[in-house]
Write a protein that binds this ligand. Sequence first.
Ligand code: CO
Length: 259
Amino acid sequence: MKGQARIVLKNKEEIARMRKAGRLAAMALREVVQAVRPGVTTLELDTIAETYIRAHGGVPSFKGYRGYPASICVSINDEVVHGIPSQRRLKRGEIVSIDLGVFVDGFHGDVAVTVPVGEVNKELLRLLECAREALYQGIAQAKPGNRLGDISVGDQACAEKCGFSVVREYAGHGIGRQLHEDPQVPNYGVPGTGIVLRSGMTLAIEPMVNLGGAEVVVGPDGWTVRTRDGLPSAHFEHTVAIGEEGPEILTRLPGDSLI
Ligand code: CO
């Protein structure tokens, strides 16, 4: 089967449950980000996330997913995505992406942010700002009648305007009762192409923006994705519901400037 046939549309009641999953994911991410500082180990961050999620009646979506061993992905500097938590301590001047998924009440929420560890240089701040902006440019296109390619192009154009590149090997995805549903949501594309977006679609949009080239490599652990040129990368993600009026970000806390 191809394209739209496999996309699961959500009704109002299901969107309401996804709102709950999205909110818990966002709250857990906030807890983790508040703990980011020089000296903390990435495993300590993982424990904070898992404890918080379970204390609020959820289950970490990533743990055990295709054998993934932890509750969050922690990707430092040139690590793009899927970094596995460890005894590694964060250092001042680094950037770190925290990616977190929650399953609650039958549905998943998926969210990621990249933040500085202590003070970082201006170039890194610009990378973070640009990657966040790329996410929001993509989200702005997520409305009925637009096409999937319009989201991708929103991401890509924004990243490339800054002189950075978007990763092509990894994409966003549909999300709902499954962490990964159709369609794939690439971060590059051609405007006006791809499936037509409809109210009731729920998508995780997640641009990965590299300071240097777009190429990536997977590390020996089989998970950690790095930039080929060793330059830093930033990753931002929101779970979004397409409504009649346009996109609703399910993983954003009202009044929270985190992402
Ligand atoms: Co995702």
